[in-house]
Write a new protein. Structure first.
Ligand SMILES: [Zn+2]
Length: 210
């Protein structure tokens, strides 16, 4: 629920995998960093060293201005709990123009785009949530102040939505191929009484939600 964003936020694929980061108050105990096993660390370093990954990360960094524009424009579309339809339609459109012509809004109002893999690899879901905690009549106009931009929901999770689009552009630009499918999903119902219904249905073992 942070309401500001430093002008130059550096993106990394790793941060996209954890787009929704819980905010911790200054008084709270800081989270303990998880221990990373040696095989996982070695694999991570190998992936980071791959030429295609390096160029994808460079593409994401070079895309910073456009990502910020996406973030601002999406933030200014209200998406209060249980009322994400307008933002969902716009998000689907932005995925469609980036090559996912079959991107669609499902029955729960999740937006889903499928990047087909080449074989039988594991499914990877990259998601960010569309809804904000703020009620219907909240002023969502983004207000720049120096190099910071203030608006309800601009960080949580406007940044995630914009970062996901940047990953899609980097994927297109670098032609990274995955073995498993990758689902890019803008979920609903993350905040408050939403009960995580969007991401729960996305991760259900019944396959692609309809
Ligand atoms: Zn959130």
């Amino acid at each position: 629920m942070q309401s500001f964003l430093p002008r130059r936020v550096r993106l990394a694929l790793a941060c996209v995998a954890a787009m929704h980061v819980a905010t911790v108050s200054a008084q709270a105990t800081p989270p303990i960093a998880p221990t990373i096993s040696a095989p996982v660390e070695a694999t991570f370093q190998r992936v980071l060293a791959a030429a295609a990954v390096k160029s994808a990360l460079a593409a994401i960094e070079a895309d910073d201005d456009r990502t910020l524009r996406d973030q601002i424009e999406l933030t200014e579309i209200p998406a209060p709990p249980f009322n994400e339809a307008v933002r969902a339609a716009e998000y689907a459109k932005r995925l469609q123009v980036r090559g996912f012509t079959e991107a669609r809004v499902d029955k729960k109002r999740n937006v889903i785009a499928v990047g087909k893999g080449s074989g039988n690899g594991p499914l990877l879901i990259v998601s960010a949530h569309q809804d904000t905690v703020f009620p219907e009549d909240t002023d969502v106009k983004v207000k720049p102040q120096g190099e910071r931009y203030y608006a309800p929901g601009i960080y949580d999770d406007g940044r995630g939505l914009a970062a996901l689009l940047s990953v899609v552009r980097a994927r297109n630009a670098t032609q990274i191929k995955t073995v498993g499918d990758v689902w890019f999903v803008g979920t609903v119902g993350e905040e408050e009484l939403g009960d995580l219904r969007g991401v729960t249905s996305t991760c259900a073992p019944t396959g692609l939600p309809n």
